[in-house]
Every structure is written in structure tokens, then in C-alpha cells.
Design a protein around this ligand. Structure first.
Ligand code: EAX
Length: 326
């Protein structure tokens, strides 16, 4: 045997004995948010990406700025597992899981501490579990914030000023019913809605201050009323079947990273709220910081007895939220 041939065979044999180094193909997780960079959902998504990628071989690809469609459409894609995860406002969930509308029960929470106590306590965790019947794994609650009313028609101080306002609401059974009760004329639409406001197809919308500021709605809405009519969370979810296919260590890691990302993002929202308000006033919005909330509360006082809260499982969940709030 020629020496060169012998060497070649030797090289092949040695290399066969060497441990195989896998070509590192990272597992990609697609995560959807509807909003643009700088928004609450994006702050949470980017933190989650940073934490998970720092602690594992997963790669998180964030699809944002409505590139996957509306929040309702992202939820459908998560159900089909074409997208594995999402950070989605609570509103659109209530079409899939009616119990989620207890989060936005009007005037339930008076402050962020109450919301934290309920959502992070047993009642909130039970609600996350209820998402499984719709094919979602609920991981954590991050935060949109208390929702505030804006419009381009007239200052809104009492509930009577809302009469007849053409208002865009989320694609949510609760939000449509709530604004009908308050006397407005609600139209459910996906986000974003800047053009519809600009063209005057609608007069009004409601969102937390961070959203109103980030989307510069001050350019198309004159009046802001700090109604805080509902607390709005995001529900941070994964496709249930996909999630259950992961090792239990990875399941805990994903959950832990999302819980930490949500905590980080809630603090971000609260720290910046006053500056969002200042920015909106500077941009020329006329703000009513103390509207007559008693008039709003009175108009929705019997909502608990209405159809949307009447199903047994929704009543039961609402009872647990109400008991935990104080
Ligand atoms: O988070 O649709 C909505 O009003 C949401 O709050 C919006 O996606 C911003």
C-alpha cells in the first residue's frame, strides 16, 4: 500500500472516531406582536428574546408592525402553529375564551398594584390555564395599561358627552358591548387605525397613553379624557401542542423568561406613563384629567348581569377576580 493512500485511510478512520460536532441549527421561534417598535408589546417581546437567547440555543424571530395582520389574525396563526408565540392585547382573546373578559371588567381595578395582585395570584393563573381549551398555553400577563378615551369631536367630561360618538373598539365582544352601553356607536376593527381616524371614518378610540403617544394619535385626535375605564393586559401565549412537545426544562425556561420580560415591561409602562401624558399635551391635545367617572360607572353598573358575563364559567371567573381584588 502506498504511503499516501495509507495516510488517507488513516485520516478517514480517525475522523470517523472523532465526536461529531452538530452544525448548530438553532430552533427558531416565531413570535408575533401587532405593534410598532417602541410599543409595550415590542418592549416585552424584545426583552423575552434577549433573555431566552442568552440562556439557550433558541432564536426568537419577532414579527411586528402588523406584518402578520391584526391581533385576531395573529391568534389564529398561533392556533395553527404557523406562529408559535404572541404578545397580544387581552381584548381579542374574549372571542376565543370568554372568561378573559374579566380582565377588562369596567372599573374593576383601581390601580396597577391591584391588577398585579389578581393577575399574578391564583385567579390570574387559573385564567391562564383556561386558555388551553382554545389551544393556547398562557405564560404570563404583560401590560397594555389603563385605557383612556380620545376623540376629535368634543371634550368628553361626563358619559353623556359620549352619546353617538363613532368609536373604534378592539375586536372584542366586551368592548363592543361596553361602548354601546356607554351610549357610543362602536365599530370593532383591528389595529392600527390611524388612517381611519385621519379620514374621519371614526371620531374616537380608546387606548393606554403609551399607545396614544407611540402612534402619535395627537395628530388626528384633539381631545383626551382620562377615563381609565378598563385595565388592559396583554396575554403572552404559545401554541399549546407545540409548547407541550418541548422538554419540561425548556417549558420552564420559556415560561420563566416570559414572566421576567412581563415584569420588566410592566415597570417600563408605569415609569413612562407621566411622560407620555406630558408629550400628548405638548403635542396640543386638550386633556380632561378628571372626568366625571361616577357617571360612567353608573351607566355600566348592571353589566355583570348582562349576557356577556352571564355564562357560568365567566361568572365563576369574575367572582374569583372580584374576591381577589381587595
Ligand atoms: O396595543 O387594538 C388595540 O386597541 C390595542 O390596544 C393596540 O393593539 C395597541
Amino acid at each position: 500500500m502506498k504511503t499516501s493512500r495509507f495516510l488517507m485511510i488513516l485520516v478517514v478512520l480517525v475522523s470517523l472516531c472523532m465526536p461529531v460536532r452538530p452544525v448548530s441549527a438553532k430552533t427558531v421561534i416565531k413570535l408575533g406582536v401587532v405593534t410598532i417598535s417602541g410599543s409595550a408589546q415590542n418592549v416585552c417581546a424584545e426583552k423575552f428574546k434577549e433573555l431566552l437567547e442568552g440562556r439557550s440555543d433558541y432564536e426568537v424571530k419577532i414579527y411586528h408592525s402588523a406584518s402578520l395582520g391584526t391581533e385576531t389574525e395573529i391568534l389564529q396563526q398561533i392556533r395553527m402553529n404557523s406562529v408559535q408565540m404572541g404578545i397580544i392585547t387581552d381584548g381579542p382573546f374574549d372571542v376565543f375564551v370568554p372568561e378573559t373578559r374579566v380582565i377588562g371588567y369596567p372599573f374593576l381595578f383601581e390601580n396597577y398594584q391591584q391588577a398585579d395582585r389578581v393577575l399574578d395570584g391564583p385567579a390570574g393563573q387559573e385564567l391562564l390555564g383556561r386558555l388551553e381549551k382554545a389551544g393556547f398555553k398562557g405564560l404570563a400577563f404583560s401590560e397594555n395599561g389603563f385605557r383612556q378615551l380620545t376623540n376629535n369631536k368634543c371634550p368628553v367630561h361626563t358619559v353623556d358627552d359620549v352619546a353617538g360618538l363613532k368609536i373604534r373598539v378592539m375586536e372584542s365582544v366586551l368592548h363592543k358591548e361596553l361602548w354601546r352601553l356607554l351610549g357610543a356607536s362602536p365599530t370593532p376593527m383591528g389595529w392600527p387605525i390611524f388612517t381611519e381616524l385621519q379620514q374621519g371614518a371614526i371620531d374616537a378610540q380608546e387606548n393606554p397613553l403609551s399607545v396614544i403617544a407611540t402612534y402619535k394619535l395627537s395628530e388626528v385626535q384633539k381631545y383626551l379624557s382620562l377615563t381609565g375605564h378598563v385595565y388592559s393586559s396583554h396575554i403572552d401565549v404559545a401554541n399549546l401542542t407545540w409548547f407541550q412537545s418541548l422538554s419540561s426544562a425548556d417549558q420552564s425556561l420559556l415560561r420563566q423568561c416570559m414572566v421576567e420580560a412581563a415584569q420588566y415591561e410592566r415597570a417600563w409602562n408605569r415609569d413612562n406613563e407621566a411622560s407620555f401624558l406630558a408629550k400628548l399635551k405638548e403635542a396640543g391635545m386638550s386633556a380632561d384629567e378628571h372626568p366625571d367617572l361616577a357617571s360612567f360607572r353608573a351607566r355600566v353598573s348592571n353589566i355583570r348581569e348582562m349576557d356577556i358575563y352571564r355564562p357560568a364559567e365567566v361568572q365563576e371567573m369574575l367572582g374569583k377576580f372580584m374576591a381577589a381584588v381587595r
